[in-house]
Write a protein that binds this ligand. Structure first.
Ligand SMILES: Cc1cc2nc3c(=O)[nH]c(=O)nc-3n(C[C@H](O)[C@H](O)[C@H](O)COP(=O)(O)OP(=O)(O)OC[C@H]3O[C@@H](n4cnc5c(N)ncnc54)[C@H](O)[C@@H]3O)c2cc1C
Length: 296
């Protein structure tokens, strides 16, 4: 299999595409060897927001399949869809595969969730929408079977520290943390460590799983949830924090901080948040994001 030349990756838009680009560039040799040995059937598809769906799947051959919270797999877009796409948009995609994070803990295997945002064409650009996410949002149905790679990725917290944890997500960057947080709660980590989840989105309608996060904050003693809207819309009726998420971090994290931080979101968010965390006294060795991002 050869990686397709990706027009979409030229876009400076979200972190997802940027990371994908880094995958093509940085992990090319691994991608050349990429295989899709796992099959999973769609159990349920749920709208989480206007442009984000939760896809629940069940493995067809679960024996031996393991993953660590925070890892991801590559999903292969069916060839028939890619051919239709090429004909419709005059593109030349070969095999199309994209990484998606597990948005559920390993304990739920053989079932697991993805949380997938629909990448539409950037405003003002006469280009196709995102091919894989359009497949998921417009074509994928319950009972369909997806082909997946082995799990991979390193955004994973060991349990050999009692430092407070800062989790910072931008938009659909929350996906891996849904699985990670649930896993940490299963492990009882919230009884021994403070966990503060900062979630930055544009407006109220982008706040995926807000009720779930709010319930966790109400029930778990050491878990705090701070959502912030950078561009509230008229009618959002929002009493919470506004502005970019690094402002909330600056407000709530006292310096010098002993915390360790886990980040996923657009590169600009990661950059700005990292700067504030450094000002709060966190060395780079306590600021984590998937190593693929670190290649930028
Ligand atoms: C480690 C990792 C984990 C990830 N986990 C998740 C996750 O859990 N959930 C999730 O939603 N995403 C996740 N992603 C992102 C995901 O892998 C895809 O990048 C994302 O779904 C977009 O893929 P696509 O095929 O839909 O878009 P692409 O086809 O790659 O297009 C991307 C964008 O480029 C635009 N475009 C197309 N052609 C052009 C052109 N010629 N010029 C300019 N722009 C163009 C498209 O309109 C679209 O907006 C993750 C990425 C990484 C690296």
């Amino acid at each position: 299999m050869s990686p397709e030349p990706e027009g979409g990756c030229k876009s400076p838009m979200g972190w997802m595409m940027r990371l994908s680009l880094l995958l093509w560039l940085g992990l090319g040799s691994q991608i050349l060897a990429l295989d899709f040995p796992h099959r999973a059937r769609v159990v349920e598809i749920t709208d989480l927001t206007h442009d984000v769906k939760q896809v629940r799947l069940v493995l067809l051959n679960p024996s031996g399949f393991v993953f660590k919270p925070g890892q991801f797999v590559f999903l292969k877009v069916p060839e028939e869809f890619v051919q239709e796409w090429n004909a419709r948009y005059q593109t030349t995609h070969g095999s199309v595969f994209r990484p998606y994070s597990f948005a559920s803990p390993p304990s739920r295997l053989p079932e697991f969730d993805f949380i997938i945002k629909h990448f539409r064409a950037p405003p003002g650009k006469d280009v196709p929408p995102g091919v894989a996410s359009t497949y998921v949002h417009t074509r994928l149905r319950p009972q369909n079977v997806l082909h997946l790679s082995d799990p991979t990725g390193t955004l994973y917290l060991g349990q050999d520290s009692d430092r407070p944890i800062l989790v910072v997500a931008g938009g659909s960057g929350a996906a891996p943390f849904v699985g990670l947080l649930e896993y940490w709660f299963e492990q009882g980590m919230d009884r021994t460590r403070k966990i503060h989840f900062f979630f930055g989105v544009r407006s109220r309608r982008d706040l995926l799983l807000h009720d779930l996060f709010s319930q966790w904050a109400a029930k778990k003693e050491n878990f705090t949830y701070t959502p912030a809207l950078s561009s509230p819309r008229e009618g959002d009726d929002w009493q919470g924090e506004t502005g970019y998420i690094q402002l909330s971090i600056d407000k709530h994290v006292e310096a010098p901080s002993e915390a360790e931080a886990y980040l996923a979101g657009p590169p600009i968010m990661v950059k700005m948040v990292t700067k504030v965390l450094q000002e709060k006294g966190l060395p780079d060795s306590r600021i984590f994001f998937d190593q693929i991002l670190a290649r930028e």
